[in-house]
Design a protein around this ligand. Structure first.
Ligand SMILES: Cc1cc2nc3c(=O)[nH]c(=O)nc-3n(C[C@H](O)[C@H](O)[C@H](O)COP(=O)(O)OP(=O)(O)OC[C@H]3O[C@@H](n4cnc5c(N)ncnc54)[C@H](O)[C@@H]3O)c2cc1C
Length: 492
């Protein structure tokens, strides 16, 4: 249903279309609630329609491996460059003519190895991940399912990104991107997989020989899993403000304090836990990492449910005894360990989910009702669909750039922060704009009678604010972009 708010949310205030049909529709109140549909049209996605406009595009079913229509744009640019040659000096003209005649081709495909991963993961999902699994794990919200996780581990996916010389799968960043792209789009609970990929890699690089020998193989095989225990009630963005205390007690350590947002803490056997071991030094010094068993005496894991549907945890620690062999890295030098582990995160963003959102929205917008009309004929729907597709495409390209930098061993600079902050905010904007356009029916969840697009808009509306927080809030990420990319003064 249209509302007053819908026109004040950055959407055009009134009718913009010239066709009689469009202008007629824009004047009446329109409900996108429960409607009987004559038939579902085959899915056609804006982002894909753009991609297939390229004469070089492939016929693959994925948008991630298609060329953009760069060549048409480049040809037009070359024509306009030639047209303006008369107004410049001779050497400049020669240079401009040379440039105009050059062909620059950009290939945004991820390569044959990534294509193979896509096929492999799709086959894995078809065989092992049913619609019932998707619904169940979504409802549980834990981001981890032991049965599914162990099946992936058995095929080498937990250790896939670890260096080959350290016993990992040696998969390149494009293959890893494709793995998570496919899992995310399918709604697979992948958080445990992601965390344990990072932790195993960190232990290989910075752990003790004993940890490399005893712990890492058990992570790789899917026998054990870790949760990340950095955040606390008073330290999230500022991780180094950690106050959970670890004190020496003979050969052991005693840990007291509280962790917050320890996602998968209720299913994992261990927490990769940041503690303070000294208050004498500056905050970034005096930190130490431990592998803390979740079944140790004094560990109390309590659920925290988010509006996005995730189940995270608060973890209370009272005189929790751990052996010194559970320490990772040197005493008081834990910041180096945290930095290594955080550096493995490529700030992936949400391009995969945005792409799925475009697909869901397109499918809904193009379906005709019994009168033969479809939401897509409404100019506001058309415009928002285009906007959503543009955001998804830019997010995808930013993520590809971050991945390319990682693959080339180049400095990521602020590009990862850019990727995540653009992706999180554009996805949030789109989810909110769609609910303004659709009205109350857009608030009906999957499975509820009359849910629009099977609840896709409702789910995005709840999830997207949460996306702007974890893995670095957008405010912090923007500060990083300002500092690293623009050279502006530090804000923290
Ligand atoms: C669903 C979910 C899952 C999570 N999973 C984990 C996990 O598994 N393990 C883990 O350790 N943590 C996890 N986190 C924690 C997450 O990393 C933190 O929530 C995040 O870093 C923000 O910290 P905070 O919540 O303490 O907010 P704060 O740091 O207190 O920030 C509050 C607000 O102030 C802003 N702000 C803070 N400092 C600045 C500044 N210097 N400049 C400008 N603005 C600033 C922030 O952007 C934010 O808007 C999770 C969080 C969520 C929501």
């Amino acid at each position: 249903m249209w509302t007053e708010q819908s026109s004040s949310h950055g959407r055009p205030p009134g009718p913009t279309a010239k066709s009689p049909n469009d202008s007629r529709r824009s004047h009446r109140w329109r409900s996108y609630g429960p409607r009987r549909r004559r038939s579902e049209r085959p899915m056609s996605v804006c982002i894909r329609m753009v991609a297939t406009a390229s004469p070089r595009s492939t016929t693959s079913s994925s948008t991630t491996d298609e060329r953009l229509p760069c060549r048409a744009w480049q040809a037009a640019r070359a024509r306009s460059s030639r047209a303006s040659l008369n107004s410049v000096s001779t050497p400049m003209r020669a240079l401009a003519a040379k440039r105009a005649s050059e062909e620059h081709e950009m290939d945004f495909r991820l390569g044959p190895k990534a294509d193979e991963v896509r096929r492999e993961i799709r086959a894995f999902l078809a065989e092992n991940f049913s619609e019932a699994d998707r619904r169940r794990t979504l409802e549980e919200g834990g981001g981890h399912d032991w049965d599914l996780y162990r099946k992936l581990a058995a095929e080498g996916w937990v250790s896939a990104g670890w260096p080959e010389e350290m016993g990992g799968g040696g998969r390149d960043p494009y293959e890893i991107l494709t793995l998570y792209w496919e899992l995310c789009k399918a709604g697979f609970p992948w958080i445990g997989l992601l965390n344990n990929g990072f932790i195993g890699h960190t232990l290989l690089a910075l752990g003790t020989d004993l940890q490399r020998k005893e712990v890492v193989p058990r992570i790789a095989s899917g026998e054990i899993a870790f949760a990340l225990g950095y955040s606390e009630p008073g330290s999230g963005s500022d991780v180094a403000a950690c106050r959970t205390q670890a004190t020496r007690d003979g050969d052991d350590w005693l840990i007291d304090g509280q962790k917050m947002w320890t996602t998968t803490g209720h299913t994992a056997q261990y927490i990769f836990m940041l503690t303070r071991t000294s208050t004498q030094e500056r905050p970034h010094r005096g930190l130490t990492l431990f592998l803390v068993p979740t079944d140790a005496e004094g560990v109390d894991v309590q659920p925290v449910h988010t509006m996005g549907g995730e189940r995270s945890n608060a973890v209370y620690l009272t005189r929790v005894r751990v052996a010194d062999s559970a320490r990772v890295g040197e005493v008081d030098k834990g910041w180096a360990v945290v930095r290594f582990a955080l550096g493995l995160e490529q700030a992936m963003g949400f391009a995969d989910l945005q792409e799925k959102f475009v697909e869901d929205a397109s499918r809904w917008a193009l379906a005709r009702d019994d009168e033969g009309t479809r939401p897509f004929d409404d100019p506001r729907v058309k415009e928002q669909l285009a906007q959503t597709a543009i955001h998804a495409e830019v997010s995808r390209l930013l993520r590809h750039r971050s991945t390319w930098l990682a693959a080339e061993n180049r400095d990521l600079g602020g590009k990862g922060a850019m990727t995540k902050s653009f992706s999180a905010t554009s996805y949030l904007d789109d989810a909110q704009a769609w609910t303004q356009i659709i009205g109350p029916a857009g608030m009906l969840a999957e499975g509820e009678d009359g849910a629009v697009a099977n609840g896709a808009f409702e789910e995005a509306f709840r999830q997207t604010p949460v996306n702007t927080i974890y893995g670095g809030t957008v405010e912090i990420l923007r500060s990083l972009v300002a500092e690293i990319e623009l050279g502006l003064p530090k804000s923290r």
